[in-house]
Design a protein around this ligand. Structure first.
Ligand SMILES: Nc1nc2c(ncn2[C@@H]2O[C@H](COP(=O)(O)OP(=O)(O)OP(=O)(O)O)[C@@H](O)[C@H]2O)c(=O)[nH]1
Ligand SMILES: [Mg+2]
Length: 200
């Protein structure tokens, strides 16, 4: 079985939990702070800049946006949490949608939790990892925007992260740049391998 990530298409959106579709294939959720690069990563993996809307202004993704990847699985691109500039109401709505998504009992195969390699993890990141560890939710940690740092700086940051974040022993860690197309092939291969026993 092989997945052609280039065959990724927009599939649908949901503005609240009730309208999230019941799906019949594995779902991979992208989570992380607003502006970390979730939508950019979908585009980079699919090698299609026009697929998901990306913006320098945090809070671009306001809905759960679903993408069909080669008819094999779905990506769910969540609105980022902690979008500081949104009004209180909007912020609460985003955060609620993210939170509900994870406590709803919805079944997903894997979470790609994204962290900006340049910044210390937020309280929400720490909470999210604790939650996934407690619930036994499988996740990959994906450090984004690697083009912004030198290798030495990157290694230093990774050490700092490991002091703050409680990585699961078998958590898989990736460093990517959507901008410079770094680390994408490794991530595609790991997703494919991860899903291989769930797909036929
Ligand atoms: N330099 C660099 N910039 C990136 C990279 N990935 C994303 N960006 C930029 O970061 C900004 C936010 O990217 P998005 O993909 O919209 O982030 P998001 O996590 O989907 O944000 P929300 O939808 O607000 O939750 C945009 O200006 C992107 O161009 C990367 O690998 N390198
Ligand atoms: Mg987005």
């Amino acid at each position: 079985m092989s997945i052609d990530f280039r065959k990724t298409t927009f599939w649908g959106v949901a503005s609240d939990l009730k309208s999230c579709p019941v799906i019949d294939r594995p779902e991979i959720v992208l989570s992380g702070k607003s502006n970390v690069g979730k939508s950019s990563l979908v585009n980079a993996l699919a090698d299609n800049k026009k697929l998901a809307r990306v913006s320098a202004t945090p809070g671009k993704t306001r809905l759960v946006v679903y993408f069909d990847v080669d008819g094999k699985f779905y990506f769910a691109d969540l609105p980022g949490y902690g979008y500081a500039k949104a009004s209180k109401d909007v912020k609460e709505k985003f955060n609620k949608l993210c939170d509900q998504y994870f406590v709803s009992g919805r079944e997903f195969s894997l979470v790609l939790h994204l962290l900006d390699i340049r910044h210390a993890p937020s309280k929400d990141d720490v909470k999210m990892l604790q939650f996934m560890n407690q619930q036994g939710i499988p996740y990959f940690l994906v450090f984004t925007k690697c083009d912004k740092l030198s290798r030495a700086q990157m290694n230093r940051q990774l050490q700092e992260f490991s002091k703050i974040l409680d990585f699961h022993d078998d958590a898989r860690i990736f460093a990517v740049s959507a901008e410079k197309k770094v680390g994408l092939e490794d991530l595609r291969a790991a997703i494919e391998e991860y899903l291989s026993d769930q797909l036929n």
